[in-house]
Design a protein around this ligand. Structure first.
Ligand SMILES: N[C@@H](CCC(=O)N[C@@H](CS)C(=O)NCC(=O)O)C(=O)O
Length: 90
């Protein structure tokens, strides 16, 4: 199952949550205490060297950081993403 490393007040996390919901993709949430420094722990920096949420961890353990990169990863090939970055229809 996908794991979303998230902080609930985060708007960057929110937009990922919205798309996961729209696409009905099952996922689990792992809350990260960003104001307690958890996003700068060694374990978290191994997921995202930038030390920021959201991070989407895939089932193989690999991780995608940057909310817009996560949105693109999730949306590609779905009705939420019918055109390429250059505007051409898929
Ligand atoms: N460009 C990044 C920004 C991510 C970001 O700034 N996340 C904030 C929460 S909204 C964060 O984790 N801050 C913790 C920190 O920088 O230590 C994205 O779009 O994902």
């Amino acid at each position: 199952m996908l794991t979303l490393h998230d902080y609930l007040p985060s708007q960057n996390g929110w937009k990922v949550r919205v798309l996961l919901g729209l696409l009905k993709i099952p996922y689990q949430t792992r809350l990260v205490s960003i104001f307690e420094g958890e996003s700068h722990s060694d374990a978290f920096l191994a997921l995202n060297p930038a030390g920021a949420v959201p991070v989407l961890q895939l089932e193989d353990g690999s991780a995608i950081a940057e909310s817009n990169a996560i949105l693109t990863y999730l949306a590609e090939g779905t009705p939420c993403c019918r055109r390429t970055a250059t505007g051409a229809p898929r």
